[in-house]
Design a protein around this ligand. Structure first.
Ligand SMILES: [Zn+2]
Length: 141
């Protein structure tokens, strides 16, 4: 690609932007407007946050993976620490398994979008073509 002076953000920058729930492309605008509601695109650079049907499913893998790891580490740590009875341990692990993914939801999505930006920066060829086509049809209307 030549012409546009667009340099890709580094992996640590993408990770940092994801953890701050910011646009992965520019790092300026927030990805979310509420706890579960996302902005359609970045207010600063126009990067779309939901690139198409099924696009955000990948964030579920992030959320699941982090939750499973956390609950496993927590469970065995508490099990070997021997602070809680079996029932208490089960209740604590179940509560973490239920509540953590809700809290982590936004981070999983923002990190997924940042991960995607690393491997398939927006807009790709097809998206660029779609943007040009929609601009042309707006002009001709
Ligand atoms: Zn942006």
């Amino acid at each position: 690609m030549s012409g546009e002076s667009q340099h890709a953000p580094s992996t640590p920058a993408l990770l940092y932007r994801g953890l701050r729930l910011r646009c992965p492309a520019c790092g300026k605008s927030p990805v979310f407007q509420g706890w579960f509601t996302m902005h359609e695109a970045c207010a600063n650079c126009g990067r779309r946050f939901d690139r198409g049907p099924g696009y955000l499913l990948g964030s579920i893998y992030f959320n699941y993976g982090v939750t499973a790891l956390l609950v496993t580490v927590l469970y065995f740590s508490l099990f070997y620490a021997d602070w809680l009875g079996d029932t208490q341990l089960l209740v604590v692990a179940a509560l973490v398994a239920l509540l953590f993914p809700i809290w982590f939801f936004r981070y999983a999505r923002a990190l997924w979008i940042a991960f995607d930006e690393r491997w398939d920066p927006w807009p790709n060829e097809e998206e660029r073509r779609r943007i040009v086509t929609s601009r042309n049809s707006e002009i001709s209307e």
